[in-house]
Design a binder for this molecule. Structure first.
Ligand SMILES: [Zn+2]
Ligand SMILES: [Zn+2]
Length: 276
């Protein structure tokens, strides 16, 4: 009997490259991996290096079924995939989903072209778990399990990326990474995904002051996240995809600034549990 529990665990909140060291203890250094638990159903978003601790925790809990949705397949969002414990459990089933390359590359192609020599010692055939690959197009509404509504939408990122809005028993969470905004413009595709949400996580890789230096890299700012949150009537917004150079002290200072403007804002930490 599955419950109406909805909870989010941010296993990896760093963007671009994993980092470690004394300056990255509080927020952590693992790249993007977000777990959304809908009752007993386990949904994972992205397979960054945060997928390693996620897999360990799921194994300890005895979870045998998980769905993994890719926002896109840049390295920081897939590098943890071959280290996901679920793939090495013969009793487990792992569903992989992608939609950012619809019509160009299937989820199976992405998996096989990433896990292979000379980039990796073995191919996915070595994994004893049952792997089921699914393809969709951005804009489709998915129903990976009974009672879960998963809206998808196209983000603005080189090579494409998909944003997700998860609905479960009347509560909603959205994951919006990676995406770049045009100055002064609120992306209607994003507004549609975050309208009235209880929580959304957002690509806040840069500050607004840095945006000019990194045009075309496909990322956004925490200031833009606040504008989106206010326009969409979102209750909370969690910043993620922290730049690899952003220290704990810098992130804490930005969090203080953001909360002074929008009390529901925070900067996500690796391993943080959120009940929206
Ligand atoms: Zn990224
Ligand atoms: Zn990317």
């Amino acid at each position: 009997m599955t419950s109406d529990l909805l909870q989010v665990r941010t296993w990896g909140t760093r963007g671009s490259l994993p980092v470690s060291g004394p300056e990255f203890v509080e927020f952590g250094g693992s790249t993007t991996c977000i777990e959304v638990r809908c009752g007993d159903h386990v949904l994972l978003f992205d397979a960054g290096s945060g997928l390693l601790p996620a897999g360990r925790a799921l194994k300890a809990e005895g979870v045998k079924r998980s769905h993994l949705f890719f926002t896109h397949c840049h390295y920081d969002h897939i590098m943890g995939l071959p280290y996901y414990g679920g793939l090495f459990d013969p009793a487990a089933t792992v569903d992989l989903w992608s939609g950012h390359m619809a019509g160009q590359m299937t989820t199976t192609d992405i998996l096989k072209s990433f896990m292979r020599p000379p980039f990796f010692p073995v191919t996915p055939d070595i994994c004893p778990a049952r792997i089921q690959c699914h393809d969709f197009g951005a804009g489709e509404v998915l129903q990976p399990e009974e009672g879960i509504t998963l809206q998808t939408g196209r983000l603005s990122h080189p090579g494409g990326a998909v944003g997700y809005r998860i609905g479960w028993h009347g509560r909603t969470v959205a994951i919006i990474t990676d995406t770049e905004h045009d100055p002064g413009v609120l992306d209607p595709a994003i507004l549609a995904l975050i309208e009235g949400v209880d929580l959304f996580l957002y690509d806040a890789c840069y500050t607004e002051a840095e945006m000019g230096l990194f045009r075309g890299f496909g990322h956004s700012s925490w200031q833009q996240a606040l504008l989106l949150a206010q326009a969409a009537g979102a209750a909370r917004v969690g910043m993620m995809h922290h730049a690899p150079w952003r220290t704990d002290a810098a992130l804490r200072a930005m969090e203080d600034e953001a909360q002074a403007i929008f009390p529901g804002a925070f900067f996500a930490r690796d391993g943080q549990l959120i009940r929206p």
